[in-house]
Design a protein around this ligand. Structure first.
Ligand code: YH5
Length: 288
């Protein structure tokens, strides 16, 4: 039996992230913390963890509401890493970061073992670009008792940008996210703990990304918090012909558009700029 992709429950105004609150009454800023060797290439493991911690503390000082720690690159063409490699990268950082800051820490992973260890080390949210489709991921996430973000991706990271095709990208993404949320609930994750994400750039052409951006409001019918990741992504490079280190202003513009059209959480690299822009827009929009 098919049901409409709507949820009669109101979108939650906050999430309990392992005891730390993520307030969703205003748009929340998720700061990206990459713990991959090429993101901090100076020195060995300890240097990586120390540099990552400093970067995260700076993002919190700039107003990040949550820090997303990722150890595996999901960029098109990136090679995969083992469970042990990913654990070695992210667990020390999550542990230290959870002790050093008061905001929730999120783990960007698709591996059940990493979900288990990361939440035991203090992670208060699981952010999975595979939408908990890997074997054992739903069960691991349910057992961890923290909110989850399920993202839409067509294909696999190494091939997803080869020839993405959809009947209707907006309808397809909404149907996918609705079905994944149902799977989460069936696995024992409360509906109010499921965040949805259309997955910009994950198995999507620039045209698909633009259709999703122009129709983002349609995702609010799901009645779930909406997270978007647009920061520095290649669609900006394609449309404006800019290298990755010159995409900050365009990223802020996309974040503002997304928040204006229903996004509750924006995953960004440039925290201060995004925070200032979003807060300013929220002040202008407030006519009470
Ligand atoms: C996301 O959208 N994205 S990792 C390529 C870039 C710049 C940035 C070529 N994890 C998302 O950020 N999690 C990533 O320039 C994510 N949503 C969620 N929930 C890819 C990324 C990036 C890729």
């Amino acid at each position: 039996m098919s049901r409409p992709a709507t949820n009669p429950d109101p979108t939650p105004s906050s999430l309990n992230c392992g005891g730390r609150t993520l307030d969703l009454r205003h748009a929340a800023i998720m700061g990206v913390l990459n713990v991959t060797p090429n993101s901090f290439s100076d020195g060995g493991k300890f240097m990586n963890a120390a540099a990552a911690l400093r970067h995260a503390e700076q993002m919190v000082a700039e107003g990040a509401d949550i820090i997303d720690v990722g150890g595996e690159s999901t960029r098109p063409g990136a090679q995969q890493i083992s469970v042990q490699q990913e654990l070695d990268r992210v667990i020390p950082v999550i542990e230290a970061l959870h002790a050093a800051v008061t905001v929730p820490v999120s783990v960007d992973t698709s591996k059940p073992e990493v979900m288990r260890h990361a939440t035991a080390a203090g992670a208060g949210l699981i952010n999975d670009v595979y939408g908990l489709r890997r074997k054992g991921a739903l069960a691991a996430a349910a057992a961890s008792d923290v909110p989850v973000c399920v993202m839409h991706m067509q294909g696999e990271p190494h091939t997803m940008q080869q020839s993405p095709t959809y009947d209707n990208v907006v309808a397809d993404v909404i149907a996918f996210l609705s079905a994944r949320r149902d799977e989460c609930v069936a696995a024992g994750i409360p509906a109010a703990s499921v965040i949805v994400d259309p997955g910009f750039g994950f198995g999507k052409t620039v045209t698909h990304n633009l259709a999703l951006l122009r129709n983002l409001t349609a995702l609010t019918a799901l009645g779930a918090p909406i997270l978007v990741g647009l920061s520095r992504k290649s669609m900006i490079g394609s449309l404006l012909d800019l290298p990755v280190d010159e995409r900050a202003a365009a990223s802020v513009a996309l974040a503002l558009h997304a928040v204006q059209h229903g996004a509750n959480i924006v995953r960004v690299h440039d925290v201060k700029m995004t925070r200032d822009a979003v807060r300013m827009m929220e002040i202008v929009n407030r006519h009470d």
